[in-house]
Design a protein around this ligand. Sequence first.
Ligand code: PEP
Ligand code: MN
Length: 338
Amino acid sequence: MIIVMKHGAADTEVDAVVSKIREAGLREHVSRGAELTIIGAIGDEGKLSPAHFEMMPGVDRATRVVKQYKIVSRDTHPQGSIINIRGIPLGGEQIQVIAGPCSIETQEQMDIAADAVAAAGCSMMRGGAFKPRTSPYAFQGLGVEGLEIFQQAARSHNLPIVTELMDVRMLDTFIEHDVDVIQIGARNMQNFDLLKEVGRVNKPVILKRGLSATISEWLMSAEYIAAGGNHNIIFCERGIRTFETAYRNVLDITAIPVLKRETHLPVIVDPSHAGGKAWMVPALAQAAVAAGADGLLIEMHPNPCEAWCDADQALSPQELKQLMVTLSAIATAVGRKL
Ligand code: PEP
Ligand code: MN
């Protein structure tokens, strides 16, 4: 930790800071400049809190130098991690596209969707059985029945399934229903109890970025999962809230290279919830692949006009197929495969 003293801080104030560092079992390095005195605390800074120093007389500010996230950090694991999802590698040379409807509606809808996902060449299928809706009166998802419908549809094409877990009480049900990837939605990115529980199971987790979460908060949320022993974490950028209202969210493309530098874990992008309109999805998906995303999470519905949830942003089966062709060319251009 670095403690910067105020201009003209007294020697007694510097001594008090040094004593506090030593009390915690660390050593100090005092650097007296012409203008300022800066004190470095050497040792396990986890034992110190910047706030405790900032309350002391003569202290201007205190900053940690070691990152708060360790397991997910690239510092501790320089090689990129590849997550194995029922034999499908996510995070390597191959870019994986996960597609499917926003929500599971009927067996017929999911059967047609699974056919379309497989026909387009996507490797995994999405679909929500438990939906985080803004209005309590909107369709909330089919619940457990939806998981059964989903499994039946996806298994016919051997597609691993990705679905959102909102309530920790449903975790056992997800495991019993053999959900392949647990999605933690944007609204639950900082539901720490939920994160701790998915940290205790051995299932891959897609951790979506919170609506207004910083990169650092997002990494810390992933660390919550990793700290429980589950290191199979996939970050999913899905757009953030800004002042702009012309689209649902702002896709933060910059987050892709920044995260790839900060963490060894795979990073995917959801262009559907970012743009909020189907016509924006191809451009955003292409940009994501060009910027280094390891995969995409795309909403597709057999008949978008009839979708029970997020109809505006769903691609049709034909549009998904077309997009996969374009993405393949971009993947090749950036040294990846689709
Ligand atoms: C979803 O993927 O269906 C969803 C609700 O996404 P988000 O949590 O990003 O809003
Ligand atoms: Mn949706």
